[in-house]
Design a protein around this ligand. Structure first.
Ligand code: FES
Length: 151
């Protein structure tokens, strides 16, 4: 909560460029998520005010699009494709693996297609896509992202 509540001015600054655009709410939400990593509940009334919508409308848009997060993500974001081609190659087991063994500083997001269907199961870690990922490889990928984050 705290961060964005203290930053009403900053939120307003981020969403202002989109206020007069048709359909500007979506790019405004993207701008907030890009800046904070998620859309804090405190931003909802500010968005509602600026875009002349009810809070429920804004909330509805956020929950409709799976890309938007309502909670602060962990340090690393692991998106695991759950669409058919990747599921056939074992992507569900990867979700279980992360939950059981490499949680902690990781937010898991189930996504539906990363555009890498020929190389399933496909995974995206901190914005980088990997194909043919099994549990051991995912451990190694996460370890390398953790060490990159430290350097
Ligand atoms: S189905 Fe998984 S990347 Fe397309």
């Amino acid at each position: 909560m705290g961060d964005t509540e203290q930053n009403e001015q900053e939120i307003t600054g981020l969403i202002n460029p989109f206020v007069d655009q048709a359909g500007g709410l979506l790019p405004a939400l993207h701008a907030l998520q890009e800046n904070y990593g998620y859309i804090d509940g405190a931003a909802i009334p500010i968005l509602a005010d600026h875009f002349n919508q009810t809070r429920a409308d804004v909330h509805g848009v956020i929950s409709f699009y799976h890309d938007f997060r309502s909670e602060k993500p962990a340090r690393h974001i692991v998106k695991i494709c759950q669409a058919e081609a990747c599921q056939a190659m074992g992507s569900r087991a990867l979700v279980d693996h992360v939950n059981a063994h490499i949680a902690g500083d990781i937010t898991i997001e189930k996504v539906y297609c990363l555009g890498n269907c020929a190389c399933g199961p496909a995974v995206m870690v901190d914005g980088r896509t990997y194909g043919r990922v099994d549990a051991a490889r995912l451990n190694a990928i996460v370890a390398s992202h953790r060490s990159d984050a430290k350097s």
